[in-house]
Write a protein that binds this ligand. Structure first.
Ligand SMILES: Cc1cc2nc3c(=O)[nH]c(=O)nc-3n(C[C@H](O)[C@H](O)[C@H](O)COP(=O)(O)O)c2cc1C
Length: 202
């Protein structure tokens, strides 16, 4: 049966709201690296973050944290290299998807008065990857474009972004996502490959 779930309503100025099915959005998403410079509305940013935070998350910990950058100077300072600098400068907003790498846990059997302990959250980057993909899909659903630029696990990138944005010690940037009105219209790649699939056993 065809997918009929509606994942988002359109948003763009002077246009009737559009609706796209979930599978249509998934197949339409492609990395967009060139933007018109138009700013995003608060509603658009809210929709993107709401979709990101709807992602699945191990033990329902929800370790994702987001830094939304709309200030042109701060965007421009994210990168030295011209290619990435152009991308983030032209984007309507840049959303840094970060993860809290630790969580507070009360040890099993501990008395009620015992203080919770800070423990690593081994799933943080999986959860934050799911959130990043949701964000990219929501951008497509809103007729916006976006691209996932990686930070983690590149140690230099992580250290640089952490310092630049003043992130707390236990918060690591996973992805840098410029989002905006596309200034290019590439065809989504068809990545279907039956060789990747094994049924029942490898
Ligand atoms: C973990 C991850 C890191 C990526 N990092 C970069 C990056 O640093 N620069 C870039 O231009 N694209 C980056 N991309 C985007 C990929 O290049 C892109 O998804 C891939 O070429 C497939 O194209 P598509 O997104 O249009 O389907 C990244 C994607 C992922 C999932």
């Amino acid at each position: 049966m065809a997918a009929v779930m509606v994942v988002a309503v359109g948003c763009c100025k002077n246009e009737a709201p559009k609706e796209k099915g979930a599978l249509e959005v998934i197949k339409a998403r492609t990395s967009i690296r060139s933007f018109t410079g138009e700013k995003l509305t608060e509603d658009q940013i809210h929709t993107l973050l709401d979709a990101a935070m709807a992602a699945p998350t191990a033990a329902d910990i929800r370790p994702w944290r987001f830094v939304v950058i709309t200030d042109d100077e701060i965007k421009a300072g994210l990168y030295q290299g011209e290619r990435h600098k152009k991308m983030v400068t032209e984007a309507g907003a840049v959303i840094i998807v970060c993860g809290e790498t630790t969580r507070m846990v009360t040890p099993r059997g501990a008395s009620e008065e015992s203080a919770p302990e800070e423990r690593p959250n081994p799933w943080w980057y999986e959860d934050c990857s799911a959130a990043t993909e949701n964000l990219l899909l929501a951008a497509t659903a809103l007729d916006l474009g976006a691209v996932w630029l990686s930070s983690y696990p590149n140690e230099n990138s992580v250290a640089r972004i952490k310092e630049y944005l003043g992130l707390p010690a236990n918060v690591t940037p996973l992805a840098i996502v410029p989002v905006g009105v596309p200034a290019e219209n590439p065809e989504p790649k068809d990545k279907w490959n039956p060789d990747n699939i094994h049924y029942d056993r490898w």
